[in-house]
Design a protein around this ligand. Structure first.
Ligand SMILES: [Zn+2]
Length: 85
């Protein structure tokens, strides 16, 4: 058997953009993400108020959600962690 080097298709190097352009693009994405985060936080807070709940700190167990504080206890809607206050 003859050894055949597997043909790994190398991704064609993209035309390198100048660092300044990359930074500008990243900065734009960051600003969009920050704005969306603010909008979502405001929406979640408003929803919480309507439900009589307060949005607390991030869940220390899963860190995937903020805790909801309602009726004397706080709970994580993501992992189910619950603790009385
Ligand atoms: Zn959690």
């Amino acid at each position: 058997m003859t050894y055949r080097p597997s043909r790994v298709s190398q991704p064609r190097p993209q035309r390198e953009r100048p660092i300044a352009a990359q930074l500008a693009a990243l900065n734009e994405r960051l600003e969009v993400a920050e704005r969306q985060h603010r909008q979502l936080r405001n929406t979640v807070s408003a929803l919480g108020r309507e439900l009589g709940a307060t949005v607390g700190s991030p869940c220390v167990h899963c860190e995937e959600s903020y805790l909801l504080i309602k009726d004397g206890s706080m709970s994580c809607p993501r992992c189910g962690y619950r603790e009385s206050l």
